[in-house]
Design a protein around this ligand. Structure first.
Ligand code: DLL
Length: 433
């Protein structure tokens, strides 16, 4: 079943008309209502009337995450804060957090694209969905909730964690659809075996997995262990949350809902468009959002694009699986981590050096682990073991407080972390993604 059949199977030329019309309206709306964008346009010597078709999008300036942070909280919004009905905030790095806010119409849009997403994965009206993405400030839980509600599914909002309870709920209520991060799904398999359950007997037949990178081999393993179809969902808070792109049952690229999220793939160095099939940075324009619409937002995610019609009947372009990042962000258990956040904590603690290394690992597809090696002063290091331990705990608590993920902190002697002449190697990612 295709949720929004008219839009999702529309001929490319008709779709282009809609995109052009929406872009013109968007540019006029933003220019009028957001002084930060007005200045960006003025600096680039662009006026809204110069934008006539979707092809003119290339003339518009890019937007980057720093634009959101620098204009925190509401500077980059086009709607008035009083018209917002929901806010999501991500943890900050050295400065401001990233704030995204939705108007009532934005929530309707989110519900629609999430219904398209869940349907694209293979859900049917009458299904039950277990939503094991985090609810709260993370956009995963609520995004799925709105979409499932729009579709009229029966929702079990378990949120993330409490694994044995997740499994009992699955056993007792038989949901056919599971939504969570792929690594959590694999983690649950081990717990199921410990509880004496056979994952192959599970009621989950379709998984909607995303919020973090995952490999083809991980997909194979999930499908084999659980006997389910494991589909990939992509999204980011700045654009809307989950609901930007989703795989159908053919698992041959993620359908991007380009009538509302217009995609471009660019060379991250030159900003020039990359041809279909070639990897580059995914850039997205939100064509209909009201609260905080973004023009040519640099996602920093690396992917390619394919404009051919899919066997499922959808005509929307498909992006490849996300193949990496153009910056140093890492995604750990679905949470975005920048090394600069850890650096910020260390700089605030006397006795540590800004020499550190973050080691990310995933043992046999279990949940990701993060170890932070921190160089400390001679003085600290010569302290008694108890004091060292307390110091370790303090750093751990501060990092965990900022990042909202568990980490292991290991203090090391001065000058033990390898120095580099160029860019310091802050992250050692041992995961096979
Ligand atoms: O992760 C939204 C989301 C929730 C997507 C639930 C899918 C499911 P953020 O926390 O803002 O939003 O993180 C966005 O996570 O720029 C990617 O780097 C990464 N990411 C998201 N989905 C995928 C995926 C949510 N399917 C950042 N594959 C993005 C690889 C992904 N990376």
């Amino acid at each position: 079943m295709i949720w929004n059949e008219k839009i999702e199977t529309m001929e490319p030329l008709a779709l282009k008309d809609i995109q052009s019309d929406r872009l013109k309206k968007l540019v006029a709306y933003i220019y009028k209502n957001c002084s930060v964008y007005k200045k960006k346009f003025d600096d680039a010597k662009i006026t809204p009337d110069q934008i006539k078709t979707i092809d003119d999008i290339k003339r518009l300036p890019f937007t980057v995450k720093e634009d959101m942070r620098d204009n925190y909280p509401y500077g980059l919004f086009s709607a008035s804060p009083k018209d917002l009905v929901e806010l999501h905030v991500s943890s900050g790095t050295t400065g401001n957090p990233t704030l995204v806010g939705y108007t009532k119409d934005d929530i309707k849009l989110w519900s629609d694209v999430m219904a398209r997403t869940i349907c694209c994965a293979g859900a049917e009206p009458g299904d039950t969905i277990q939503i094991a993405y985090g609810y709260g400030l993370f956009t995963g839980g609520l995004g799925f909730h709105y979409g499932a509600m729009e579709m009229g599914l029966k929702i079990i909002p378990t949120s993330s964690g409490q694994t044995s309870r997740q499994l009992k709920i699955m056993r007792d209520f038989g949901p056919r659809i599971l939504a969570c991060t792929p690594s959590y799904c694999l983690y649950m398999a081990d717990e199921a075996k410990d509880m004496g359950l056979n994952p192959a007997d599970s009621s989950w037949k379709i998984g909607i997995f995303g919020a973090e990178p995952w490999s083809a081999s991980m997909r194979k393993e999930i499908q084999q262990i659980w006997g389910m179809l494991a589909t990939d969902v992509y999204g980011l808070s700045e654009i809307i949350g989950p609901g930007v792109a989703q795989e159908c049952k053919y698992q041959d690229g993620l359908h991007i809902f380009s009538d509302v999220f217009f995609p471009e793939i660019i060379n991250p160095q030159t900003g020039q468009e990359m041809p279909p099939g070639k990897d580059g940075e995914l850039v997205i324009t939100t064509l209909t959002k009201q609260g905080i619409p973004l023009i040519r937002y640099r996602t920093r995610d690396v992917a390619s694009i394919n404009y051919e019609k899919c066997r499922c009947g959808r005509t929307s372009p498909r992006i490849s699986k996300i193949k990496g990042r153009t910056d140093d962000m890492i995604v750990v258990r679905g949470i975005n981590v920048f090394p600069s956040q850890i650096e910020h904590v260390l700089l605030g603690i006397e006795g540590t050096h800004p020499h550190y290394q973050i080691i990310v690992d995933r043992q046999a597809h279990k949940l990701d682990t993060v170890e932070v090696l921190v160089e400390v002063d001679e003085k600290v290091f010569s302290d008694e073991v108890k004091k060292l331990h307390e110091f370790e705990e303090r750093i751990k608590m501060e990092i965990e407080g900022l990042l909202s993920i568990g980490v292991k902190v290991t203090l090391v002697e001065p000058k033990t972390i390898q120095r580099s002449e160029g860019k310091a190697k802050r992250v050692i990612d041992k995961r096979i993604l």
